[in-house]
Design a protein around this ligand. Sequence first.
Ligand SMILES: Cc1cc2nc3c(=O)[nH]c(=O)nc-3n(C[C@H](O)[C@H](O)[C@H](O)COP(=O)(O)OP(=O)(O)OC[C@H]3O[C@@H](n4cnc5c(N)ncnc54)[C@H](O)[C@@H]3O)c2cc1C
Length: 393
Amino acid sequence: MKRVVVVGGGIIGLAVAWELTRRGAAVTVLEKEAHWAAHQTGHNSNVVHAGLYYRPGSAKARMSVAGNRSIVDFARENGVPVEVCGKLVVATDESELPALAELARRAEANGVPARLISREEALEYEPEVSCVRALRVESTGIIDFPAICRALAGLLADKGADLRLSTPARGIRANRGVEVATGTEVIRADALVNCAGLQSDLIARLAGITPRARIVPFRGEYYTLRPDRSSLVRGLIYPVPDPALPFLGVHLTRMLDGSVHAGPNAVLALRREGYRWRDISPADLAGVARFPGTWRLARKYAFPTGLDEVRRSLSKRRFAASLARLVPAVGPDDIVRHGSGVRAQALLPDGSLVDDFLIETAPNQVHVLNAPSPAATSALEIARHVAGLESLR
Ligand SMILES: Cc1cc2nc3c(=O)[nH]c(=O)nc-3n(C[C@H](O)[C@H](O)[C@H](O)COP(=O)(O)OP(=O)(O)OC[C@H]3O[C@@H](n4cnc5c(N)ncnc54)[C@H](O)[C@@H]3O)c2cc1C
């Protein structure tokens, strides 16, 4: 029986562990925090994406369209709350119509059911929305990704997997097999899968791999609509995204409990797991500053995009103004801060952000080095792909 150590107990690590277990491997999962889904998976929008945004043929496109179905099926089979409620992408003025039409073409190319609708029809879905035209996407849903992780951990425990919380991988020696030092013991296995999210490039280095990309942490901050104003939004309302940026733009999302979340924005985090401006790591910052890609990225995006994002992060009024473009009735007094998440976004030395999922392999090793949104939606598909790789056979 093949023994595999998975580093990381987010949705990707647990999904990979489950897929490997189903295929007969003996799996150990190491998670440095005291509970599953402690970082990206537990701090996201909880949206099951449909797969319309991504370049046709890309891993993101394939795996999100398939993942949209597989994660919903998994949730239903395992008693995890999920609702396929659909969403609107809205063009708020005429200048956004070509990009909206392009999005509709992408949706079609990716096999995502979506249709362009008039302002009048959009108002039937969302009476408070402001738009000239919209794209209606039926297969988008809302889910509880941490509950998916708890379900995966339960299935793994039932099959006898070795699940270890509060157990960081601190050292890795890879030769014929792998040895992972946790500080209190050394775990020996035949193979390693690195699903460490925000730390994934560092774990790859520990294992002797020099990844092409470096993780840059982008924080996304959320507000929530005050309960007495949450009736302003019935479902999910998204702007037309800027095709030059990897993020979707601040949007309004009705959650499973009926509350409405607004966000996330995108600002550079000053620590890999930096959920607030005051979370600063000199070591992480030095690492980011030493990487040539950072400066090239800054030249491309710092002005005005980056600066505007920082201003909006610091000003509730500006944040509310972005939301008011979608739903004009939303004002600064209607929103309350509601935490943040940090995205692990891989950056190349030439300053370009890695657009697609990135997985690198070595003998007996697989490293998941870029799994940003929609990777939670795609988790079971990424897991199937990883488990089938030659390095783990
Ligand atoms: C703000 C935000 C909004 C998002 N919205 C959505 C959305 O609506 N839909 C969607 O599909 N996706 C969304 N995403 C993306 C999604 O959350 C991620 O793609 C997904 O959670 C990645 O899962 P992961 O397991 O790779 O990473 P993580 O969940 O970050 O898990 C990595 C784990 O590795 C552990 N780890 C790190 N180092 C070590 C070590 N040395 N030893 C042991 N353990 C270690 C960490 O503690 C962590 O628990 C969003 C992300 C963010 C940040």
